[in-house]
Design a binder for this molecule. Structure first.
Ligand code: SIN
Ligand code: CO
Length: 387
């Protein structure tokens, strides 16, 4: 799926707008058929494993109700919005929307959130910490978007709902089917629904320094690293005071920096974290595990397998220590497995992957059996295995 950029080019977008300025791309997806219907979104919001919320506003009195929901009649006909996160993990057609932003690396994408809103509904004026592309599927909304402002303050409109004060819009437009609104982080925005609307928000992720530091610290503890202790190089002659010298401080700080500065460990941590699903996946470990020796047959019968929607895989760049990461777990790889592992990484969940004879080796067979047993891949026609 490609964005029809109309008056600008993708290059201009990346240079002048991405992370800098909001832009409304009118009719960027001409005749865009909404991949899912409002009742399917409502159905998802009834599931306990789905992150959903309803935001209501009556006379500027804002409220947030957290899902799952049993029914929506309590909210009436007007002035509410249902937001459902991670819909791309459940609908192929929604997952596919992410291909329109394939000019941004995949690891930067978080999820596709769907909002369904009734006339007068919206989430109110706010900003997000992440970039978002809002694709209008059904209905009409009036959007106002302001320039990026990192100084903007929050107002607590309700529990779990932060708003911002009135802002000067640089976009004030009616958004309809096939329009895409790009909003960078810290750009205040609000959309008010004119006609019942369904929109898809492709949201991005950008770890903060604080998250990275606490994440790498947890990783170091999990891996039982960094157990070496401070050792004296020179004893300070002046023992009258507390005696923590500038040299001590430098040495202690270096102890930490050396640990955090280990590139291979840092990459290991990043790939663990970034491949781990942030929202529920449709993954079910096999009740009856397939034994490792079935692997041979898997590669000998042109069996078709498929990756479960939303499962993320990546290989480390450390050639000395090749590792495949899948949903936050890691599997050591030999160099002869790289070609096969790359097939597992790049295959799309909406297509089948045929296991070929020439990819067979014991290690690949063990790897794919493990991933199938954990439920990350599934065999399309199990009968073929019996033969
Ligand atoms: C909405 O569609 O109402 C919320 C999307 C957003 O503001 O990011
Ligand atoms: Co927003």
């Amino acid at each position: 799926m490609n964005i029809n950029w109309q008056t600008i080019s993708k290059e201009t977008f990346l240079k002048d707008y991405w992370q800098k300025k909001p832009i409304l791309l009118k009719n960027a997806l001409p005749n865009f058929p909404s991949p899912i219907a409002p009742d399917e979104v409502a159905g998802l919001a009834m599931e306990s494993f789905i992150d959903s919320r309803v935001i209501t506003n009556s006379d500027n009195n804002w409220k947030v109700a957290q899902g799952p929901f049993e029914d929506f009649s309590q909210f009436g006909e007007r002035c509410w919005s249902l937001l459902v996160q991670g819909v791309d993990n459940w609908f192929d057609s929604v997952d596919e929307l992410k291909s329109m932003v394939n000019f941004i690396p995949k690891w930067r994408i978080d999820d596709v959130m769907i909002s369904f809103s009734t006339p007068g509904g919206g989430v109110g004026p706010h900003f997000d910490q992440y970039d978002v592309f809002i694709v209008q599927g059904i209905g009409k909304r009036q959007w106002q978007v302001g320039a990026v402002n990192k100084e903007i303050e929050h107002i607590e409109a309700a529990t779990d709902l932060l708003h911002v004060p009135a802002f000067e819009p640089i976009i004030d437009a009616t958004v309809t089917n096939g329009d895409i609104l790009y909003i960078p982080p810290f750009s205040p925005h609000q959309g008010e629904t004119i006609e019942s609307a369904l929109a898809y928000s492709i949201g991005f992720r950008a770890p903060s320094s604080q998250e990275l530091l606490s994440g790498i610290a947890d990783h170091i503890i999990d891996q039982n690293l960094g157990l070496d202790r401070f050792t004296d190089t020179v004893i300070n002659n002046d023992t009258s005071g507390f005696g923590l010298s500038p040299a001590n401080i430098t040495q202690l700080q270096k102890q930490v920096l050396d640990l955090v500065g280990d590139k291979a460990q840092f990459e290991h941590y990043l790939l663990t974290r970034l491949t781990a699903a942030t929202r529920e996946l449709n993954v079910e470990p096999l009740a009856e595990r397939i034994p490792a020796d079935y692997g041979n047959e898997l590669f000998n019968s042109e069996i078709e397998i498929q990756k479960v929607l939303g499962v993320k895989l990546a290989i480390s760049s450390d050639e000395e220590n090749l590792t495949l990461f899948c949903d936050g777990e890691n599997y050591p790889l030999s160099s002869q497995q790289v070609e096969f592992a790359n097939k597992l990484i790049s295959c799309s969940s909406s297509e089948t992957l045929i296991l070929k004879k020439h990819d067979f080796c014991i290690e690949n067979s063990q790897l794919i059996t493990t991933l199938i047993n954990y439920g990350y891949f599934f065999i399309l026609d199990e009968h073929e295995l019996q033969g």
